[in-house]
Design a protein around this ligand. Sequence first.
Ligand code: PLP
Length: 475
Amino acid sequence: MAATPQFNEDLYKPLAELDPVVQNIIDKETWRQFTGLELIASENLTSRAVMEATGSILTNKYSEGQPGARYYGGNEWIDELEILTQQRALKAFNLDPAKWGVNVQPYSGSTANFAAYTALVDPQDRIMGLGLPDGGHLTHGFYTAKKKISASSIYFQSLPYGLDPSTQLIDYKFVHSQAQLFKPRLIICGASAYPRDWDYASLKKTCESQGAWLLADIAHTSGLVATGEQSSPFEYCDVVTTTTHKTLRGPRAGMIFFRKDLENAKDLERRVNEAVFPACQGGPHNNTIAGIATALLQAASPSFKTYAKQVIANAKAIADELVKHGYTLQTKGTDNHLILWDLRPNGLTGSKVEKVCDLVGITINKNAVSGDKSAQTPGGIRLGTSAITSRNLVESDARIVASFLHRAVQLTLALQKESGSKLVKDLVKVALDEKSEGSKGVKELRKDVGAFAMKWPLPGVDTANLKKPAGIDED
Ligand code: PLP
């Protein structure tokens, strides 16, 4: 073998040797994931195999275009990979390749959505999606009175629909009547924070009455849809977008499924593909596409079905336990992987509980709940069970997780009282003050959460030999 030229020496060194600073950050994050409980509903723990694929040499290759029609040479194996990924995507969702096609190139869910809108409607056309404060995603047309926030409201005219305030469920009748007035060209369904399933048939009727497209963004639930645990949008929708890293448990990316059997839109396939590239993106990230392929192989396995069922069972167990403690959940429970917990009856904001949970090793996020007045200080938190299920927790363990959450909320109330202030920063000051009563509670809970979390495996990590890295100063 030829000797490595001197000037390229760095290319052959392992990360830990070449860049110990970045290695240490990775080690600290690994430790955080191992010693904590991950309850962010949009996150999951992908497999070792997916991480190997995304960390592979495929990152080196440019492949703008479609399989067989690239703008660069050398794409023989990349073509094979992309076609395989497309086939696996259709198979995972039980789709007939004569009726559905898929683009697996989107870098993320946001780009997938924008590309799908680009394919379906013209600039400044009217779109409707679930409002962000009611659980929709930014990319479903979000804007405020002062600002058009998302590109989906900058480049399109957007009218959000919402929840029935009495049930906190999607108000399909209201969507229908709004659509008669607004006359959208596209209705988007799917959500980031909605604990119930969707009535796609009802939305299809509304779309038919207006000649509008129906797009489902199943980013959150795609792993549950693939396994039949949530209803399938494919029977009713024209286009379905998804991320690949939430319940589906793949790498961070997106996909766009499009119908191929529409009388009035023979060219939908071309429009979607051209919207992804060259309209919205450049070269596909082939290492990520390999990760998607591997995740889709896993998603078609019987064990993935067991995992998906368990994700929902764990969410129901946590919801059940929280209700027993007297807490208020939006829609009173859940049918999927997530729980929306309304903390307003307890006199707390989501930001405070998120902060205290962070201090004790439970990762959650503050979230708007129906009727919230301010987006800055939302009255609730969102919990999800995908990641803990990927660490093998079952219902009895999920109930222990709920008991930690109960303690965290009680601790937040005690810290708020001790600080004598309503401000998050004052509460944190007390929590970190060694002499305070509250700081003892924080330490105790952190210890209990850590001891519990470290009993479980972490995909892709040899936890038996994991050492606390430099820079972690907790006991
Ligand atoms: N769509 C929905 C429903 C989401 O919840 C999210 C992210 O949480 C996205 C799209 C955007 O995905 P990404 O963060 O990959 O752009």
